[in-house]
Unconditional design. Sequence first.
Length: 356
Amino acid sequence: MATFSNKLKDLFSPYIHPSIRESIYHINLQATKIFALFMSILESAIFLFMIFFEKEIFGEPFVLLMCLYAIFSSLFFLFITNYALRKSHKPYSRYRFIYIAYYFSILAFGMFTSFYHYSHGKQMLAFFATEFCVASFLILPPWCSILLIVGSYIGFYGILFAYNGAPTVNLINYTVLAFLTTAGSVRKYRTQATELERIHRIETMNEMMQNLPVHDATTNLKSRYALRDDFTSYQNHPIIVIMLDIDDFNSINEAYGTKTGNEVLSNIGELISNHLTENAAYRYGDDSFLIILQDVDVDVAMQKLSRFERSLATLKVPGSETIVHCNSGYSHGTPRDEEDLRLLIDAAAVKRREFL
């Protein structure tokens, strides 16, 4: 029962992150601004057309009043949404009532226009166009879509039924239109919310990556996160990738303490800087190092690596006679993209060999 109620709650009111909800408010304000601008231009054009070609229609009750109402209400909401988007520093959530109010504003006009056409034996397009525009332009939570759209269809049908029993309205088609409009609005919300959620995760991850340290204080080398920024300097250049691991590093920490373990890491970092490279060496993991030699012949690189390994083979745990055992491996190639570099790193890791 609890599972069913949770699914029902997720269907009608799915949870989304507050920042995403704020983005939806912003999108709705932008859509309302565009729609209000479009409606003000359209209604003004229709009003001018009626003045020159159908002036007699203004003799009908409330027609002139509703035409002016449609134009000035759209201009009013155009001004308000423009203020909310450009001049105000308040959260967009404080203006979420604007697009709901504008919905009711154009709904009233759409109902009046369609009722006028219905009473004169014409098709009721304005009301349906209003509902479809709401489903297309606005991103409304499912519960809000159901309440507003279904409520509008029921209310308008009630008006027609009270007028003359709505004998010319096909109730099945009318119901199907109400269902399709509501379903489209719900789907639009869920699709847009999912896309915004994906964008939010990417932005959050990028922000986290930007805040990650790119320098390792223990070894005085770069951290593995600096590799992301350095990649462009390796792209389309011949490089040699060296992977170095410390054997049983955890046992050194357990036997001698983390302070001694950090000294071991620091000593290895110093040897890497002295024998291999200062600017392209990374602490890749707790006990592993990545070294990249760029634009260097393999033979020259192997000589440098050999000297480094001989120095490393004599490295002892500080304050003891225990030798620090390591293993290393290398690969070489010209990476065209980040995937190529990852493959070179994996290849170097596979080729690691132990040395004393």
